[in-house]
Design a protein around this ligand. Structure first.
Ligand code: NAD
Ligand code: TYD
Length: 363
């Protein structure tokens, strides 16, 4: 077991990171340490997602620092100020469509940002010329680094990298840097490649929350191409439990696939969502279905992702706990119950709130 005392979470104000922090502080009694959340608060970072955590643990076991992972002074200051012994690196530009429109930010944050954190860790964790081995740098990555599958087959940890979008290429690049730092400098690292996440607090540009909100607001439901692209869906909490398992018992220098073993064609998934949302929100199912709108396909749209995560299951004993039925049910209920959070995002009002509350706390 590693000590995991002072954990630096990068990108903790984003979708998966905020769920990770909440789970660790509220539902993981064996974790007794502190969490330091370093996040620059891009459009996707929203401290409102952690208000309950800030209220309960702020200044005691939870510390927020606003700052960019690409700025070495900032990352070094955070490492030293909090005596960081573990990094869980979520921070990234994460949306494929945005990477097609503007790839630069993806290279900056995902490649240079990861490089900066690795350099910081290498520097701060070296003692008398030797690399500490009681520390860990865990890198969060995606199954998209493996490219696109046809009708059969699965990504395993040994599948050659074949990224096809600026997003996946930038993540692949960061993965290679992380493994190179282990190989070259002996930096203790672990790496996980996960399939599509869903759950509460996901920014409504990704498929599931976008569709839920469009249904509620009576807007068209845009399906790219023929709607038959396939994704493997995993509930964010299951992903995060897998990460916690790897932090505790994963082998240094190893990578692990995480997935839901839950493949759906986009159009199939949308029809299921329509059933759930219509029922819960009291909408006319047939009318909602009429708003499905096939639109121009995403350039270079990967056809199918499917994960083999048997290494994680067999070696570390993790398994998915939330069924797709339950996960979708909880997710839809959350979006229906959290209008204020959604309104903040939709109106852009949350950005003013961030500037007022966090503008001067930039480290
Ligand atoms: P997200 O876009 O919701 O959140 C990203 C967070 O990183 C935001 O809070 C943002 O403010 C922060 N950030 C961005 N640039 C930063 C910078 N330069 N410095 C500091 N903070 C910065 O992303 P997410 O969906 O929560 O994804 C988290 C991680 O998981 C990413 O590394 C992503 O590649 C990976 N991942 C995501 C999925 C998925 O389905 N969402 C699947 C597999 C892997
Ligand atoms: P997305 O949530 O953007 O995740 P990723 O591209 O990383 O897999 O998209 C999931 C799937 O849904 C993908 O095949 C693209 C498709 N999609 C649509 O058909 N319409 C949409 O409006 C969006 C956002 C995605």
């Amino acid at each position: 077991m590693r000590s995991l005392k002072n954990i630096l979470i990068t990108g903790g104000a984003g979708f998966i990171g905020c769920n990770f922090i909440r789970t660790l502080l509220e539902k993981t009694p064996e974790f007794k340490g502190k969490i330091i959340n370093l996040d620059v608060l891009t459009y996707a970072g929203n401290p409102a997602s952690l208000k309950d955590v800030e209220d309960r643990f702020g200044g005691k076991r939870y510390f927020f620092e606003r700052g960019n992972i690409c700025t070495r002074d900032i990352t070094e200051q955070v490492f030293k100020k909090y005596n960081i012994d573990t990094v869980v690196h979520f921070a990234a530009e994460s949306h494929v469509d945005r990477s097609i429109l503007g790839p630069e930010a993806f290279v900056k944050t995902n490649v240079t940002g990861t490089f900066t954190l690795l350099e910081t860790a290498r520097n701060c964790w070296s003692k008398d010329g030797a690399m500490r081995q009681d520390v860990l740098f865990h890198h969060i990555s995606t199954d998209e680094v493996y490219g696109s599958l046809g009708g059969t087959g699965y990504f395993t940890e040994t599948t050659p990298y074949d990224p096809r979008s600026p997003y996946s290429a930038s993540k692949a690049s960061s993965d290679h840097l992380v493994m190179a730092y282990n190989h070259t400098y002996g930096l203790p690292v672990t790496l996980s490649n996960c399939s599509n996440n869903y759950g509460p607090y996901q920014f409504p540009e990704k498929l599931i929350p976008l569709m839920i909100l469009n249904m509620i607001e009576g807007k068209p439901l845009p399906v790219y191409g023929d709607g038959r692209n396939i994704r493997d869906w995993v509930y964010a909490e299951d992903h995060n439990r897998a990460v916690w398992t790897i932090l505790n018992t994963g082998k240094t220098g190893e990578k692990y696939n995480i997935g839901g073993e839950n493949e759906w064609e986009n159009i199939q998934l949308l029809n299921t969502l329509i059933d759930i949302v219509s029922k819960k929100a009291g909408l006319d199912q047939a009318k909602v279905r009429e708003t499905i709108t096939y639109v121009k396909d995403r350039p270079g749209h990967d056809r199918r992702y499917a994960i083999n995560c048997s290494k994680l299951k067999k070696e570390l004993g993790w398994k998915q706990e939330v069924s797709f039925d339950d996960g979708l049910d909880k997710t839809v209920s959350w979006y229906l119950a959290n209008k204020e959070w959604i309104e903040g995002i939709r109106s852009g009002e949350y950005k003013n709130w961030i500037e007022k509350n966090y503008g001067e706390r930039r480290i």
